[in-house]
Every structure is written in C-alpha cells, then in structure tokens.
Design a protein around this ligand. Structure first.
Ligand SMILES: [Zn+2]
Length: 535
C-alpha cells in the first residue's frame, strides 16, 4: 500500500488483541451478504462463516466492532449455528469482540458454520463518502486490521480464508470485489444484486468491495488469459481508461519475473479511501487523483501489483514481518523500473531511499522487524525503503541470478501461506550456499545503520595507501563489503572491494602512484553513511 495521509488510530487500538493462535479456530470461508442504500450510512450484513476447530473449546470468538452507546458500530440481530443445534447460542458482544457459545461445544477437527446477522453504521473499514465529483461511494479499507469495523471475522493476516461478497445496492452502482463475478441481477425497488467470489484464501486486510458509479473497461489479458479491467469514475472515464490501461503490461512483466498470477482477474479501481493505493486482492484501489490523462502512476501501479504476490499470496505471519510486504513491493518496483529505464535510474532511486532510511533512523530507533502493536507506525521508511535496501544488498552481494531465483522460490514456497523473516533467510541460504544469519540479524533486527569514518594516506614511496575504517554506530560492528573507486586521473577509476567486520580496521592497498581521490560505494550497493578523510 502507499500512504496518502495519516489519521489518528489511537482509539482503534484500545481494544484487546487476541492473536490467531489463541482463537482455537481457523476460518475456511466467509460469505458476506451486505445491503447498502442511498438514504443513510447504515448497512445490513449476514456473515456465513465456515471454520475448522483447531483446539477443543466451548466458545468461539470473532472480531466485530460493537456499537454500545456510540452512534456508529455494529449491532447483532441474530446468531445461528445451523448445523449444530436448534438452540440460540449465548452471544456476548463487547470490546469489539463477539464471543459465541453454542449449546454444545466444539471438538478439535470439527468443521462448523455460523450465521451472524448484524447491522449498523461502520465507524471505519467501509468508507462511505463522496468522491471528487460529489458522488456517493462505498469502499472497503481494511488494512491493517480494520475489517472488523464492518465484517465479523478473524482480523489477523495469519488466518486466511476464501471469501465471497453478495452486495445488494441501488441499481445505479457498479460493484467490484475480490475474485470473479458470479451474478449481477436487477431486483425490485431499483436495487441490484452483485455476487463476487474468490476461492484463493485471502487475509482480511485485502478483502474488499468498491461500490460507485463506475465506468468499466476491459483493458486486455495478461499471463494465462487473466482479464485486466479499469474501473474509473464515469466523469473522468476518458482519462481514466487511458491511465489505467498501463496495468495490463505491468502485470505481465511481474508474471514473467515472479511466477504465475494467482487470482482470476485484475481490476484497477479508482477509489476514495485513506490510502494513495491499496493492494486489495485482484481489485487494487488507487486514490481519486491518480487519474489525470498523463499516465503518471506507473510506479504506484507496479507497487500495488507486486503486492498481489508479496503481501496477498505470500503473506507475513504477523505485522512484525510487514517488510515482507512493503520491502518487496518497493524493491521489485525498482527492479521493474530498472528494466525499463536502466541501472542509473535504479541507483538514483536507491540513493533517494537511502536518504529516507538514514533520516528516519535519526528520530526513530527501531529495527525493521518491529513488534509494535501500533500497526500504523509500520508505515515507515524501515518497512518500505530499508526493506527494499535489504533485498538490494542481497542481490548485490549474492548476485543477480541467486537473487532472482530466491525471489521466485520464496514465492513458490509461500504462495497461499504465511511466512516470517527467517523463512526468507532459509531460501536465500539454500540458493547461495552461504550462512546469512549475521546479514539478517544486523540489517533487520538492529535499529541502526553503519556509520563509517574512512581515512586514508599515502605510505612512503607513494605506491600504497593505508586506509582505516572505523564503525561509529552505537551497536556491534557490521560485517559488510565496501566498494571503492580509486580515481587515478584516468578515464576509468580502479575498483577495490574490502570486507569490514571490526570496530576499527586498517587496510593496505597497492594503488600505485597518482591517486587523486577515493569514492565510496560507486555502484550504490550499500546502505550506510560515511565520512571520508584524506590525512
Ligand atoms: Zn505497499
């Protein structure tokens, strides 16, 4: 996802967090029937949730914002376990948790279905607002765990499930969602029913509906007959169809680079939510202002399309490993742009990203793998730019082919599943034959970056230099390769590479006479800051 602006989420974070492993269930499928209207912001929902019981339990819990005394939130109308017994279960709904205790408990291995009838005005998660043309719109906006504001669910990326949305809305709207469209039927009373279904399990953060007066264009096919479509507001249809048509070729590029695309279609959708872009599975949302008739959003499209593989299909096990989504989306976008615009353009973007990382660390000393419970804080230069830099350094240090194979292998191994940082480490170790424990530890679990002081002087005879490197960062010394370009006054510099692993190290380099200057990191291969001193 790409950030548009921040709002305060403090209130949302007050509810207690129940992790997936404490739930004792694994959701297999959600069927959400949602009724929307034009006269108020109240929604009616019927959630049919099928789940597997992973530990014996007398009750099961779901996340769902409660209304209580507030104006917004969800009220339970009825709950039914149709296959278990005829009695109504005990329903407790408070602190945004729905605890359901049916007449008989659950055994490990049971598969059960619950039907939850509810209604209310969503305080978040489903954004009901007006777009830039003053038209009413409804857009799901679930990241990171805001789905429970309008959907009863296990609102945790570790519990993936297939999902279908059956939306009843006034018939002037088009409805987009995950998966394929199974039905669109006009109903009495100027309403329309639209049914979408995705069979590939998704984390709740990328389950979505978008309901607006859309103009819809088929933009072509990518991969193995994957239809790509553009959903833009009718008022900017001409510009929108032109701008969003770029999605098809970008999707094709990433299919070639990473592997098969997992979903049955890709819709690129103009939307009005809090994010500039959001990678909802097979129905990517882009902010209102991404339509201008000038195709300015190639980078944003690439970023969100990468997430269809990394984030949506290979999903972080918990938000502590969020960089496995955003670092991948950031870096593989750079790799895509490099393929079109060349290595210099990659190096320029990596230098910009390095500046962002180095300035971020000045006011927030946090590691990339960050266990904060305030997930909005993870939308930072660590998850995006530093995560991207970690992948870039793996590529530079292990080589292009090991890097590319590892990206493909990691995806193939974790598609449809969840992964954490050590899972990625194992793939890179297997493909490179190298131990990478220290690399992953220093770059991802340490809240600092290397700060080098490099001083050099000629030794008597002017054929050799003595070069001393001090690591000034307030942490254990990094192990890293440092490339140097020696300017000998000739058209091409001489390249040297030294390996650093101590707080202070001295190297003797045979340079010959005529050394004018030294440049560090000439190929933009290292995340660091350095002061260079000629003695
Ligand atoms: Zn992203």
């Amino acid at each position: 996802m790409r950030v548009k602006y921040f709002i305060s989420f403090i209130l949302l974070l007050l509810f207690s967090v129940t992790t997936f492993s404490q739930r004792k269930i694994d959701v297999l499928h959600y069927k959400f029937a949602i009724e929307l209207n034009d006269s108020n912001d109240s929604i009616k929902g019927l959630a049919t949730i099928t789940f597997l019981v992973t530990e014996p339990t007398s009750s099961v819990s779901f996340d769902l914002a409660d209304k209580g005394q507030k104006k917004k939130g969800m009220n339970i109308v009825s709950v039914d376990f149709p296959t278990r017994n005829a009695l109504n279960p005990l329903v407790e709904h408070r602190n945004n948790k729905l605890l359901l205790t049916p007449y008989t408990g659950f055994k490990k291995g049971d598969t059960a279905t619950v039907m939850i009838n509810y209604e209310g005005i969503p305080s978040d998660g489903l954004i009901i607002s007006k777009n830039q043309f003053g038209k009413r719109t409804f857009f799901g906006d679930n990241w990171p765990n805001r789905a429970h504001n309008w959907l009863p669910c296990v609102d945790d990326p570790a519990d993936k499930a297939s999902v279908e949305f059956i939306v009843t809305a006034p018939s002037h709207y088009q409805v987009i969602s995950n998966g394929i469209q199974l039905e669109e039927t006009n109903l009495p009373g100027n309403n329309k029913l639209t049914h979408w279904k995705e069979d590939v399990p998704l984390p709740t953060k990328v389950m979505v509906i978008g309901v607006a007066d859309f103009a819809v264009q088929h933009a072509g096919f990518a991969g193995n007959c994957i239809p790509v479509s553009s959903w833009v507001y009718t008022e900017n249809k001409k510009e929108g169809f032109y701008d969003y048509a770029i999605g098809k070729d970008i999707l094709q590029w990433f299919i070639n680079y990473i592997g098969p695309y997992a979903y049955p279609k890709l819709a690129n959708v103009q939307s009005s939510t809090m994010f500039g872009g959001m990678e909802n599975a097979s129905a990517i949302f882009y902010a209102d202002n991404t339509v201008n008739g000038e195709r300015t959003e190639e980078r944003l499209f690439a970023h969100e399309i990468v997430h269809q593989w990394f984030g949506n299909m290979a999903t972080e096990k918990s938000f502590a490993h969020f960089w496995l989504s955003e670092g991948f989306a950031t870096y593989l976008t750079h790799v895509y742009l490099e393929s079109k615009y060349g290595t210099d353009s990659l190096n320029n973007r990596m230098q910009e990203d390095r500046e962002a990382v180095l300035s971020f660390v000045k006011y927030a000393k946090r590691p990339v793998v960050d266990s904060t419970s305030d997930y909005m804080k993870l939308l930072n230069a660590n998850s995006y730019q530093k995560g991207s830099w970690v992948l870039h350094m793996l590529r530079r240090q292990l080589g292009d082919s090991v890097f590319h194979k590892s990206i493909r292998d990691y995806y193939a191994q974790y598609a449809g599943k969840n992964a954490e940082t050590k899972d990625l480490q194992k793939v890179f170790e297997h493909n490179s034959g190298k131990k990478l424990e220290n690399f992953f530890q220093q770059w991802l679990h340490t809240p600092v970056n290397p700060q080098l002081e490099i001083s050099w002087k000629y030794l008597p005879g002017n054929q050799k230099i003595e070069l001393t490197v001090k690591q000034l960062q307030d942490a254990a010394p990094f192990e890293l390769p440092l490339e140097l370009a020696l300017d000998m006054g000739k058209p091409r510099p001489k390249f040297e590479k030294i390996y650093i692993s101590k707080k202070t190290e001295t190297f003797i380099l045979n340079t010959g006479s005529g050394l004018i200057n030294i440049k560090t990191d000439p190929n933009t291969s290292l995340l660091f800051e350095a002061k260079l001193i000629r003695q």
